[in-house]
Design a protein around this ligand. Structure first.
Ligand SMILES: [Zn+2]
Length: 240
């Protein structure tokens, strides 16, 4: 065990030396202050590291990660991180980044019990239930990929509706919230085109995004009375 950890310190020394050789004064400069333009809200999955994926150095992206990249209005950890990023660091872009093959999303999709995290993943499960008419008619693999995307879209809405972001927009601070998905199989980021950059962009962006996921055809007599109920439900709290 100690050998393994020793190796990490060894790697750290090599990385620090190489970084300093490539850019003399790198650490001294960063120690003075950080000035990132971006905040990344992503999954805790070890295969989705923000800096490496975007080719950014330390100091260039402010990161918050949790299981299945969920932003909940009562999560003081996420909200405090967003507040610090927006009000103190003045980041200009917040990206919520999901990833295909997310074990948290899979557990929520399949109803798999994993332990304490079931309670956290209930938020993803709620997304699934809200949009089940857009999901249930798809093949299982596709359902999980689409739920990964829908979860990102919902979390982008949650970030946009947070008091921190709403207050920033009210002050006229330039700030955009984006939704991306990362592919474990090809290492590429996909832009879900759900960027929200002002209060009146939230509902139209949210609604347009969900309409890209067709609902299953309804058999005659079954009734389609819900209309776009999941959009209305999702957009309801947004329309203030
Ligand atoms: Zn994940």
């Amino acid at each position: 065990m100690n050998d393994v950890l020793h190796d990490l310190f060894e790697r750290n020394r090599r990385w620090a030396a190489a970084t300093e050789a490539r850019e003399p004064g790198f650490f001294t400069r960063l120690a003075q202050q950080q000035n990132p333009r971006y905040m990344w809200i992503g999954c805790a999955d070890s295969r989705v590291p923000a800096n490496e994926i975007t080719g950014l150095d330390p100091g260039e992206v402010f990161v918050h990660r949790n299981v299945a990249n969920v932003v909940v209005h009562s999560d003081l950890n996420a909200l405090s991180t967003i507040q610090f990023a927006v009000e103190h660091l003045k980041v200009e872009h917040i990206m919520v980044v999901g990833h295909y093959g997310c074990a948290g999303v899979r557990a929520a999709m399949r109803g798999i019990r994993v332990g304490l995290a079931d309670n956290w993943l209930r938020h993803v499960h709620d997304v699934r239930l809200r949009h089940r008419r857009r999901l249930d008619h798809l093949p299982p693999d596709q359902q999980e990929d689409i739920l990964c995307e829908m979860n990102v879209i919902e979390q982008v809405g949650n970030v946009a509706l947070s008091t921190v972001v709403q207050d920033a927009w009210a002050r006229g601070q330039p700030l955009a919230v984006h939704g991306w998905v990362y592919g474990l199989k090809d290492g590429l980021l996909k832009n879900l085109d759900v960027t929200m950059h002002r209060p009146d962009s939230v509902v139209p962006v949210f609604s347009a995004a969900l309409k890209r996921y067709p609902r299953r055809a309804v058999a005659s007599g079954e009734g389609e009375g819900e209309g776009d109920a999941d959009i209305a439900f999702g957009a309801g709290p947004l329309g203030h």
